[in-house]
Design a protein around this ligand. Structure first.
Ligand SMILES: Cc1cc2nc3c(=O)[nH]c(=O)nc-3n(C[C@H](O)[C@H](O)[C@H](O)COP(=O)(O)OP(=O)(O)OC[C@H]3O[C@@H](n4cnc5c(N)ncnc54)[C@H](O)[C@@H]3O)c2cc1C
Length: 628
């Protein structure tokens, strides 16, 4: 009996990276297998039941523009939608969805099961089949072999996962799920460096034991926004979140029990995410703050399970009870699932190229938390790129890479493969030098053409995109060219916004004024009142005009940076022979092997003087080659 199975692409893992990778690969025509330790947990959110937020919302919209699934799933299953930072500039505005965790999983599972070319299998991949430094497939814990031309590892926190609750610890990838044993050793045997990181999650509590009258309600937005650029977004009943705070008593309990923390006792070696610290970390590091916000968030419409955001801890279960019960409104709370920390193996992503393929083994890709990131959106964005590239690898097509100036996805991948990191990487707006260009509102403009070229954006969507871009251009042109003269009626309207006009101005010049926006223009321009443009078109047009000066400046910055991006470093360069380089630069460059001078300049420890030396050497090589 033949028990060897054949696929084009195998995706190891059914988390957010794995799901995007598998859907992209199968939609692009690859016969794809997705394996997961427990297929009941496909697309689960092991931490907060929420998608989006600062910088992450941009990633979700970029995924959507490229033809991925996360935005559609988040729109279909939200409990609450909220646009954050509305009073701030467009670069930092961020959509956040509180998600119905179970519905999200169900939605994605159904999508996977109905996807042509896609197969699902519950098993633990424990070994890799490799021939001549090329991947040929995987082997599961029962010895069954699955052959494939490309394999994508998206193992999350499962590799040799170990959970800590106080001074107790046990093997698990996440609470209630076995760890994945074997794969780390297989990777080490192949010559990969494997290291450890740590993350943590708060307790889940029973909503029936919370006194909501003591909490501050946090409703969703009345005016709904969505992640996906696809139409037909469902309008759902929204459920509020709530806010409480830590008290003096909470801090005292934490400080009195620090010796029972596995982190402080030195039991955990791996570093945790700096931007998602545990509550004990917050209390110690920010000792001057006598209180911290804690959000009480529903996990679903049909469950009492409630997430205590901002209260991640690895202190013992009895201490957790004391801490939780010191929060106003939670005096009688019952814990459904304890908070815990998990330590796991990851494969530092400096061992990958920008396509997310490993440098060592052809056809082997890594995406998501295995690359040292933290977060669903970061994982999904990488999964999508790995899924696209694994299929292109099978089809002998050139692999795609995204530049830093094109997207947060490109920035994320460039940071991962270029910079050596020793803590989980989370996307932040501050990671991008081009954040005025990389906004959530223009993700479709930036990436839909690429999604179309790749083959994930179908005709109807492409047509809608083109129509939208045409409307934005036409409306921008109209506003730039329509000049209005001041009169009493117009100045009366402008006075409502603290503005007035004495000379004639174009509508674009008016929109640029800090106090004015499209809403004001609509009041003074009869044509704008008649136009039936979508909210997104108004928003894009307004941002393009209002910030045109900054955007132009950023565009010329990109042009400058592109010059270095275009200087390719030959693959055969031997940095050890370039004796003018500093020792540190020599080592770092030899290890990372950047593909362009721009990437070389972003490697930590490589200083500008070394970049100048490299530039001279590359130019000399180019001239010698040209003469030959
Ligand atoms: C306890 C905890 C706390 C977290 N806290 C935060 C946080 O504070 N902030 C934040 O942004 N993110 C947090 N995260 C991270 C977030 O959950 C992940 O970053 C995200 O889910 C990673 O997606 P992924 O697809 O890479 O992996 P995961 O979603 O973890 O999925 C991994 C998948 O791989 C499968 N798998 C693993 N090994 C094998 C194998 N050998 N064979 C077959 N299948 C395998 C698993 O079954 C699973 O389906 C936390 C995660 C955990 C577990």
């Amino acid at each position: 009996m033949n028990t060897t199975f054949e696929y084009d692409v195998i995706v190891v893992g059914g988390g957010h990276a794995g799901c995007e990778a598998a859907v992209a690969a199968s939609r692009l025509g690859a016969k794809t297998l997705l394996t997961s330790l427990n297929i009941e947990n496909i697309a689960t959110m092991p931490c907060n039941p929420a998608i989006g937020g600062p910088a992450k919302s941009c990633l979700v919209r970029e995924i959507d523009a490229l033809g991925g699934i996360m935005g559609i799933a988040a729109d279909a299953t939200y409990l609450q939608m909220k646009m954050l930072n509305l009073s701030k500039g467009p670069a930092v505005r961020a959509l956040r969805a509180q998600s119905d965790k179970k519905e999200y999983m169900k939605f994605v599972r159904e999508l996977l099961e109905n996807q042509e070319n896609l197969y699902i299998k519950q098993c633990t991949v424990s070994d890799l089949m490799v021939h001549d430094d090329r991947i040929c497939g995987v082997v599961d814990e029962l010895g069954l072999q699955y052959r494939a031309k490309a394999v994508i590892l998206t193992t999350g926190t499962s590799l040799n996962g170990k959970i800590f609750i106080g001074l107790q610890s046990f093997p698990a990838g996440r609470l209630g799920e076995m760890p994945a044993i074997g794969l780390s050793d297989a990777l080490i045997k192949l010559g990969f460096t494997v290291k450890k990181l740590k993350t943590g999650t708060p307790a889940r509590v029973d909503a029936r034991t919370i006194d909501y009258s003591k909490l501050i309600i946090q409703p969703g937005d009345e005016q709904l926004n969505f992640f996906s650029f696809e139409p037909n977004r469902p309008v759902r009943e929204q459920i509020p979140c709530y806010l409480t705070r830590t008290t003096k008593q909470t801090h005292e309990i934490i400080l009195a029990n620090l010796d029972k923390s596995p982190l402080y006792a030195g039991l955990i070696g791996g570093k945790g995410p700096r931007y998602c610290p545990s509550i004990e970390d917050k209390v110690v590091r920010f000792a001057h703050n006598d209180s911290h916000h804690i959000f009480i968030e529903p996990e679903g419409k049909n469950t009492y399970e409630t997430y205590v955001q901002g209260f991640s801890t690895s202190l013992p279960a009895d201490v957790q009870y004391k801490m939780l019960r010191s929060l106003p409104g939670l005096e009688n709370v019952f814990v459904l699932k304890p908070a815990y920390a998990v330590e796991y193996d990851y494969v530092p992503a400096t061992q990958l190229t920008h396509s997310l393929m490993t440098k060592k083994i052809e056809g082997l890709f890594c995406a998501g938390q295995i690359n040292g990131t933290s977060g669903y959106e970061e994982a999904a964005a990488q999964g999508l790129i790995a899924g696209i590239n694994a299929t292109r690898y099978c089809d002998n097509k050139e692999l795609i890479t995204l530049s830093r100036s094109s997207s947060y996805t490109g920035t994320l991948i460039d940071d991962l493969v270029t910079k050596e990191m020793d803590e989980p990487y989370r996307m932040l707006t501050s990671r991008s030098e081009y954040r005025l260009i990389l906004r959530q509102d223009n993700a479709d403009e930036r990436l839909t053409p690429l999604g179309r070229e790749i083959g994930l954006i179908k005709d109807a969507r492409w047509q809608r995109f083109q129509e939208k871009q045409k409307s934005i251009q036409e409306e921008t042109h109209r506003l730039e060219n329509k000049r209005i003269k001041p009169n009493e009626e117009i100045n009366k309207i402008l006075a409502e916004y603290g503005e007035e006009m004495k000379l004639s101005y174009t509508l674009a010049e008016l929109i640029k004024r800090p106090n004015l926006n499209y809403e004001a223009i609509k009041k003074i321009d009869p044509t704008a009142q008649e136009l039936e443009l979508s909210k997104e078109i108004y928003e894009n047009t307004e941002v393009n005009i209002k910030y045109s000066g900054y955007i132009e400046r950023q565009n010329s910055q990109i042009e400058q940076a592109d010059k270095l991006e275009k200087i390719k470093i030959p693959e055969d360069i031997n940095y050890q022979e370039i004796i003018q380089l500093s020792k540190e630069s020599m080592e770092r460059l030899s290890k990372i092997r950047p593909v362009t001078l721009a990437q070389a300049s972003r490697i930590g420890g490589v200083n500008p003087a070394d970049i100048s030396i490299l530039m001279v050497i590359l130019e000399a090589r180019r001239r010698t080659k040209a003469e030959v």
